[in-house]
Design a protein around this ligand. Structure first.
Ligand SMILES: C[S@@+](CC[C@H](N)C(=O)[O-])C[C@H]1O[C@@H](n2cnc3c(N)ncnc32)[C@H](O)[C@@H]1O
Length: 226
């Protein structure tokens, strides 16, 4: 597997455009749905924040403060630009860091979110344990991640799309390999019951797993057990 950090530095420039293109614009709705699930919080940590799309959606939900964390300086630079242009610098703070080693004290956040990020961590269980550590008791976790759809008619179409069409369009932007990695990583990552089990192992009670767009994307909602 290629290292994740250089990949995200390389795709940063086209990241938002390609997301919208590949998902036909539905990606915004997925992130909004995740943000709605943490809307009653005061302080939220958005891990693997990338270009801060989720952090911005959370801020739009009137959450007073969001911290966005990501290891990629290129992603963070684009995120900061967006935040400044929307004049949200007083409500969103960006920090460089890794999910597996969060630079925060225990029990400080009301909620943590991670969108299309847990699959890219070096050690997903370690990352989940870290999320639990920085959450207050009873705090919420929201994980948004791709999955392989289970509907018999949709699954083959979707798999053909992500395995063949996505890398083809990616190649126009000189990013074929990066989008081949996406298809492989989606197929190989634990999903549904296996991912819920991983959350349980880290000390979360899974409240809900919400399948969106015919199961191409899942939002797992859990709470930190006291
Ligand atoms: C697919 S992007 C998702 C960005 C954003 N959350 C979104 O919804 O568009 C994945 C992000 O995970 C970050 N990442 C990779 N490895 C990571 C790690 N170990 N810890 C935290 N973030 C990581 C990358 O830098 C990248 O910005």
């Amino acid at each position: 597997m290629p290292e994740t950090k250089p990949i995200f530095n390389r795709v940063a420039r086209y990241y938002d455009t390609l997301n919208t293109l590949f998902s036909f614009g539905i990606d915004r709705l997925w992130r909004r749905k995740l943000a709605e699930n943490v809307s009653s919080s005061t302080l939220v940590l958005d891990i693997a924040t990338g270009t801060a799309e989720v952090a911005l959606e959370i801020a739009r939900q009137k959450v007073p403060h969001v911290i966005g964390l990501d290891p990629s300086p290129h992603m963070l630079k684009l995120a900061q630009k967006k935040i400044n242009s929307l004049r949200l610098g007083n409500r969103i703070t960006l920090i460089q860091g890794l999910a597996e080693d969060l630079p925060f004290k225990d029990g400080v956040f009301d909620a943590v979110t991670i969108a299309f990020g847990i699959r890219n961590t070096i050690d997903p269980l370690e990352a989940l344990c870290e999320m639990k550590r920085v959450l207050k008791p009873g705090g919420k976790i929201g994980v948004l991640e791709f999955a392989v759809p289970q509907k018999p008619f949709f699954s083959p179409i979707y798999m053909f799309y992500i395995k063949n069409i996505l890398p083809l369009i990616g190649s126009i932007f000189g990013r074929r390999e990066e989008y081949r990695y996406l298809a492989d990583s989606i197929q190989n990552f634990p999903q549904r019951e296996s991912f819920s089990k991983l959350m349980n192992e880290a000390g979360f009670k899974v409240l809900q797993s919400l399948e969106l767009t015919m199961g191409a994307v899942i939002i797992y909602i859990g709470i930190k057990e006291k």
